[in-house]
Write a protein that binds this ligand. Structure first.
Ligand code: ZN
Length: 80
């Protein structure tokens, strides 16, 4: 993937967590997406495998891009 800011080639990698990985409109003490309208799940919670979302890094711009279209960034979903 090319960086949408500078156009350079981005490095593929993952963001991982033992918990669900999501985007929320703001920080909450209970951060599960199901409790918050407008939230986006980037990787569903998996007790056995942990959660991991595919992400692309641009070291030049110091930005990370996640393409979550149809849940494609969720590495748990991909393996099922
Ligand atoms: Zn860039």
């Amino acid at each position: 993937m090319n960086c949408p800011y500078c156009g350079m080639d981005m490095e593929a990698g993952v963001i991982q967590s033992p918990h669900e990985i999501n985007w929320l409109p703001k920080k909450h003490f209970f951060g599960r997406a199901e409790f918050h309208k407008g939230s986006i799940i980037l990787s569903e919670f998996s007790y056995l495998r942990g959660s991991a979302a595919k992400a692309y890094l641009c070291r030049n711009c110091e930005k990370i891009v996640i393409d979550y279209k149809d849940g494609s960034c969720d590495l748990n979903k991909k393996n099922e």
